[in-house]
Design a protein around this ligand. Structure first.
Ligand code: NAD
Length: 543
């Protein structure tokens, strides 16, 4: 239908976070959803061009905290299905790209409202089961952050579309914010359900179509995101859901001449290889692909001697151990002055030892299992290395038990050298390394923080002395894309702290902001002249 009017999206507000306290009706609803979903096994098809596709080549979705427990079997794409997904995306694109932008926005605003209510307990329960998140961690990710992405991005898209060039007398200049001239490949990680939602929805909002390869370890929750898209009215083929072998899917997708861009979140090495693959195929592509990737981190906290001790310990515990340290923003190296360490060291160890860990369905737990065996083995290897090293000591935790689930106790390592490997390398688990520095070495320690790792994702300074805060803001300007003053380095909120880092942490295209959406448009400048000249001679040519 054609309509007249300059419409505006409802002003976005952040989705309120439910607290699931005893007596809260949302707690009862979530508990019953958990029981229902963990008690049955579902089958997850591929979704290509809006159709369910079953290949019979099956893999399983298990609970990381109870790895013998299967909640789903899912079909894996082969090369033919990936090819079909690329074709479906290219076909859907023609119509979708010509929709009025507000109609596209409406689909994602509808998805947000479905997630806020009818689908909330399902998406949270799926994330608690398949990715071992506590109810709070699932709530802030799967429900709230996904909803915030959809609502705020609609608002940012409106801002982009309303930015139009200057038009002096006699002409009218327009910006036509076209989508890319091809499809977008979205490759999502296991650790945030919201990221799968955003990697697909943000290019789609701007008129692109998408081939989505979710992480093997998040297929369960990601499938429900896909179902929400469908229920919200997303046309067939705009997003195509194709779990499968990552290398094979990538080879087929990037082999298409219509590959228009990649929207990736995951580890640094994988992103580098994807960029190289795209570069290698460059002569074959119709356009230069847009490459957007948010990758690894080695997130830090530096405390000044003036820091508030209680606030510091709380930030360290929450920053390092929530979601088992598997947030890209998780605190993993802390620099504490000697005078402060004398006051907080024992408390940090004691509180770490007291952390409750187990099945997320038991709401008394603060932590649960790490995602899979590979991760469990890697984390346990770092801890074992620290135990056997004379350059570090394990002060708290350190136990790892994979008999039922992939459980690693929250661990504090004291590094005796600032370049000990657990101070430098991304571990992606519940391991916090602490380096205790002489109080007088504040400036040198700031330099150390900046130069220790190749990443630049998140970081924090704790100080009551404002001069120290200024020192850190200045010295660490390029060490983190998201920087916190007297707060933990995790928990960025869409619309408030746009997220992303530089250096080896990504292209810093700031998920949940206008900057990200700009990567998914290829503007056309149009000049219209009202009364074009009718003679070719210029006045200066007159005799
Ligand atoms: P991962 O790199 O193992 O996987 C990410 C995605 O890439 C998955 O879909 C995976 O199947 C796919 N993949 C893996 N190997 C591939 C290959 N050879 N070719 C093509 N695709 C491939 O990461 P993960 O374990 O899912 O997530 C954890 C990592 O993600 C950490 O490094 C973390 O720092 C990073 N992360 C970063 C951010 C950020 O915003 N910077 C956010 C979340 C996670």
């Amino acid at each position: 239908m054609s309509m007249a009017g300059t419409v505006r999206v409802p002003p976005p507000v952040n989705e309120p976070v439910f607290d699931y306290a005893p007596g809260d009706p949302a707690r009862a609803a979530l508990r019953s959803k958990l029981a229902e979903m963990s008690g049955r096994e579902i089958e997850i098809p591929l979704i290509i061009g809006g159709k369910e596709v079953r290949t019979g080549d099956l893999s399983t979705c298990i609970l990381p905290h109870d790895h013998g427990h299967v909640v789903a079997r899912y079909h894996l794409a082969g090369p033919a299905e990936v090819e079909a997904a690329v074709q479906a995306a290219m076909e859907a694109r023609r119509d979708w790209a010509s929709w009025p932008w507000e109609a596209r926005a409406s689909v994602f605003l509808t998805a947000a409202d479905l997630l806020a209510d009818r689908w909330r307990s399902t998406i949270n329960a799926a994330t608690m089961l398949g990715q071992s998140k506590t109810c709070h961690q699932a709530e802030i990710d799967a429900a709230c952050e996904t909803i915030d992405f959809f609502r705020f991005n609609a608002h940012f898209a409106q801002q982009i579309y309303s930015e139009q060039p200057h038009s002096p007398g006699g002409i009218w200049n327009w910006a036509d914010y076209r989508p890319l001239d091809g499809f977008v490949y979205a490759v999502s990680p296991f650790n945030f359900t919201a990221i799968g939602g955003n990697l697909t929805a943000s290019p789609a909002l701007m008129g692109n179509s998408v081939v989505w390869k979710p992480s093997h370890s998040a297929v369960y929750s990601n499938y429900f995101v896909m179902r929400v898209f469908e229920e919200a009215g997303l046309p067939p083929g705009v997003v195509n859901f194709v779990p499968g072998d990552p290398r094979m899917v990538t080879r087929v997708v990037m082999g298409s001449e219509n590959f228009g861009g990649i929207h990736f979140t995951g580890s640094t090495d994988v992103f580098r290889s994807l960029w190289q693959d795209a570069a290698g195929n460059l002569p074959h592509y119709r356009s230069y692909p847009r490459i957007v990737g948010e990758t690894g981190g080695k997130d830090f906290l530096i405390a000044h001697a003036s820091a508030d001790a209680e606030a510091l310990v709380t930030a360290m515990l929450r920053g390092a151990f929530e979601y088992q340290g598997q947030k890209c923003s998780a605190l993993s190296r802390a620099y504490i002055p000697e005078s402060l360490w004398e006051r907080i060291g024992d408390q940090l160890v004691e509180e770490t030892e007291g952390i409750a860990m187990g099945d997320p369905a038991d709401f008394g737990n603060f932590m649960s299992a790490v995602i899979h065996r590979q991760s469990f083995d890697k984390i346990a290897g770092y801890i074992e290395g620290a135990r056997n090293s004379n350059e570090a000591e394990v002060l708290a935790g350190g136990e790892a038990d994979d008999s039922t689930g992939y459980f690693v106790r929250p661990t504090v390592i004291r590094a005796h050298r600032p370049d000990y490997r657990t101070m430098c390398e991304e571990i992606f688990g519940p391991v916090l390394s602490v380096f205790v520095y002489p109080d007088r070495m504040w400036s040198e320690t700031l330099e150390q923080v900046d130069g220790t790792s190749p990443y630049g994702l998140t970081g924090a300074v704790f100080a009551r002395d404002r001069r120290a805060v200024e020192d850190a803001l200045h010295s660490l300007r390029f060490a983190a894309g998201n920087f916190y003053v007297n707060d933990k380095p995790t928990g960025a909120v869409v619309g408030q702290q746009p997220f992303g880092g530089g250096r080896a942490s990504g292209t810093n295209d700031k998920a949940g902001s206008k900057l990200n959406l700009l990567r998914w448009v290829s503007p056309r400048s149009v000049k219209e002249t009202f009364a074009p000249p009718t003679r070719y001679r210029y006045p200066f040519m007159a005799s």
